[in-house]
Each structure stands twice: as C-alpha cells, then as structure tokens.
Design a protein around this ligand. Structure first.
Ligand code: IMP
Length: 429
C-alpha cells in the first residue's frame, strides 16, 4: 500500500483531473485536501466530458470512495449541484462519498465580501474566481467560521450566523455600498442543504486512517498549484489555501510520515489565470496559438488563461517545496506544431543570473527569462502510448525537462483521454 499526494507544480490547470483519474484505478480512497469550487477538473471518459469542481474526480470510478477533507471550504449549493450532475449520469455516490465535519462553509456573505473587495482593489485586484474562497478561509483563521458539523446544531448555527451577519452587514454596507443580507432566507436554504448533506458528513480523518490500516492505496488530490499556495506562491496573487504537498497532512488529518510519494503534475508549457507576475509569458499570436490548441480557458470561470513557455525555475521550486519523487508531464501534444520551442532555464535580475525562484514579488516582477531553444518535432504525438514512439525531438524535449528539474516523469500525457498516456513507472510502487 502507498499514500500518494498529487500536486499542481505551476499555477494550476496542469491537467491534474486526468492524472488523478488514471491514478484512481489503483487507489482505494481518493481525498481532496484544500481549495473549494474555485478549482475545475476536466476528465474525458469515452465520449463524455466531466467538469468537477469540489468532488475528487475519483468519484467517476464506480465503487471508489471519495473524501472532501477538512482543509477544503464548501459552498453547500455548489456541492449539491455537483452531486446532482453526477447522479444524473447514473453514477451512484451512496455510501462512498464523505465530507469532513471540520470543513468550513462558504456563506453568502463571503461572496458579497469578495465581490466588494475585488472591485475596490480596481487595477490591483487579485483576479479571484469570486466564489467566496478567500473570505471563507479568512473566517477560518479568524475563528469566526461556520463548519459542516455546525449544520447539525441548528440553534448554534442560527446564533452564529446572526452574529456574523451583524458584523459583515456593517462592512458590506459601509465599505461596498451593497444591500445587507437577511438571516431568514439563509437559514431556510441551509436547513434544506443540511438534509441533503447529512448522510455525507463524517470524521474523514478517521476514515483515511482506517483505509491506511486496511492497506489501501490512498490518493490525496491537491487543487490549484504550487505557485498559488498561500505561503509559497506569488503572494498576494495566490489562492487562500495550502496547495503544496504539506497541505495534504493538515487538510486531511494524518502525519507526514505516512506519505510515500509526492507526484507533481507539470504542463509541457505554462499558464496562469488572474493577475500576477509570469516571467515566461508570451503575447499576441503565440498566446492565441497556445490558447486555441491547448483549450486554455478556465474550467470554472471560462476566463482565458495567460500562456507561456515551460519555466524550469518555477518547476524546480515546486520540486523543492513539495519533495517531488516523480512528475506527470501533461499536454505534450499541444506543442506538436511549435518550432522552435524555447525553455526558460533561469532568470536575469539586475545583471545576475538566478536559478532559484525569487519569492520577493518585486524581484520576480523585474526578472527577465533566460531561454534555450529546443527544436520542434512538427508531427502529431496525439495518443501515443510508448515513449520510443515519440519523435526524437519530443523525446529530447522530455529528457531535457527531466534534466532541468532533476525529477523523472512517471506519466506523460499525449491527449485528454485516459488511454492517451505513456506510463513510464508506477508511482504507488
Ligand atoms: P481564488 O482561489 O478564487 O481566491 O483566486 C485566487 C487566484 O487563484 C486567482 O488568480 C485565480 O485565478 C487562481 N485560481 C484559483 N483556482 C484556480 C484553479 O483551479 N486553477 C488556476 N487558477 C486558479
């Protein structure tokens, strides 16, 4: 048995959905450990495309157990809608889907606060998904949050909600000139949500421990990516949770000694959504080309992603922060028509060459990428399943990336479908 943590190694949208879906085949339990419905995981199975936001993509495998851990923030309406969408496709969740009683709830005032604060920031806005994620985590840390378990105690829930509303309605009115929110409709809606969610609520840390004791493979699914981590990302242009591998322990409730393998998902080029520095970003026609071939539009918000070349400085940073043992390279086929293919190997900052990622935003903003050029292969690699079948230039590109990040690729994805994958080694072994 092994416990595997899967993390995004860039700014999110690396293609974790497909990789988690493949790795679920050999897992007993799949558990999501941070973030909320700001994430969007697209999984293609046969002719169907599934977009999941909160629920681990493992749910699409009949019989696998899935958990939403305490580190996740849950908008009940979004969760219930997502479950409904899955059930509509005749996938049964009964008895195999659990949410942590300690997970925090995203409340209607979180949405109002975020909309207000993002518009007040004007040009300096973070470019968040406006799903209430940041304000929900703020309340968690301020010890003002409502948790899933509180739904089961209506009197306490009522009191706490009214106290929070009193506080936040003042902010919403005074700072953002918005209408205050009323308690009654919120209480009514949450009473309905509670009835739907009741069978899913559990002590999920205990469930993870029991699965480990039974000797099952455990797959811990991270959302977003390393550079969006609240501590280690490009702060303040980050999300509000611990997207790095350490978040799996706190976000699910087990000790670090139980992690056997951390796998980083790495896109063959780079993208980011929202504001913030992005040294290897391209503009104009190239940006458009990446976006149209790679379908680089946000799965949650539909926003166009910013695109750029592979940045080895970013991924080396992810290797260090997460302790990656191996990586999964995704979307290699998107590069099929590019020639040459620049790779960012370092940054130039005030005449100095930096090989380590600078975490001081003002330094990062002044960095210029240093590129080496790889020749393109100008032929289709879509759907190839054997490394030796890749054109020589594609093999050399992959090997060069491994060399630059000092980490082997255990999986290489050559298309969106499950079968379109080169399986180099088994991360559970
Ligand atoms: P928030 O997570 O909605 O607070 O947004 C904070 C930043 O994280 C923004 O730049 C978002 O675009 C980005 N972000 C949040 N979730 C994702 C994701 O799943 N993929 C990529 N970027 C994300």
């Amino acid at each position: 048995m092994a416990t595997l943590v899967v993390v995004g190694s860039q700014w999110g949208d690396e293609g974790k959905g497909k990789i988690v879906d493949i790795l679920t085949e050999d897992a007993g339990l799949v558990a999501r450990y941070q973030g909320g419905h700001n994430a969007g995981h697209t999984v293609v199975i046969g002719d169907s495309e599934f977009v999941l936001h909160l629920i681990p993509s493992g749910i699409l495998h009949p019989k696998k157990r899935c958990i939403i851990g305490n580190g996740v923030v849950i908008d009940p309406a979004a969760l219930i809608e997502e479950v409904g969408g899955i059930e509509k496709r005749n996938i049964d969740l009964n008895g195999r889907f659990h949410i942590s009683q300690n997970a925090h709830l995203i409340m209607p005032y979180h949405l109002a606060l975020e909309k207000g604060s993002e518009s007040a920031l004007g040009d300096g806005k973070i470019g968040t998904t406006c799903r209430g994620i940041g304000p929900a985590y703020t309340d968690k840390m301020a010890r003002l949050g409502l948790r899933v378990a509180d739904l089961l105690h209506p009197e306490f829930f009522d009191q706490k909600l009214r106290a929070n509303l009193q506080h936040y309605n003042t902010v919403i009115r005074a700072l953002y000139q918005q209408e205050p929110l009323r308690a009654e409709p919120i209480l009514e809606a949450f009473a309905r949500y509670t009835e739907r969610m009741r069978p899913w609520i559990a002590d999920t840390s205990l469930l993870v421990d029991e699965a480990m004791t039974r000797g099952e493979n455990i797959l811990c699914e991270g959302a977003q990516g390393t550079l969006l981590d609240i501590d280690h990302g490009t702060y303040p242009f980050v999300t509000s949770s611990s997207a790095t591998a350490g978040g799996a322990c706190t976000g699910l409730g087990f000790g670090p000694g139980r992690v056997d393998h951390v796998l980083g998902v790495v896109k063959a080029y780079t993208t980011r959504v929202g504001s913030g520095p992005f040294p290897s970003e391209v503009h104009g026609e190239l940006d458009e080309k990446f976006r149209s071939i790679g379908k680089e539009f946000g799965a949650s918000t539909g926003r166009a992603r910013r695109c750029g070349w592979f940045d080895a400085v970013v991924v080396r940073y992810a290797v260090r922060l997460n302790g990656l043992k191996s990586a999964a390279l995704t979307k290699l086929d998107v590069l099929d028509t590019f020639d040459p293919i620049p790779i960012c190997t370092g940054y130039r900052y005030r005449g100095k060459l930096l090989s380590a990622f600078p975490t001081d935003l003002s330094v990062l903003e002044a960095c210029k990428p240093v590129y080496e050029e790889a020749p393109g292969w100008k032929t289709s690699t879509i759907g190839l399943t054997d490394f030796d079948a890749l054109p020589q230039e594609a093999q050399d590109y992959v090997r060069r990336l491994e060399d630059l990040i000092q980490t082997p690729f255990s999986l290489i994805s050559t298309g969106p479908a499950r079968a379109q994958t080169i399986r180099v080694s088994d991360p559970y072994r």
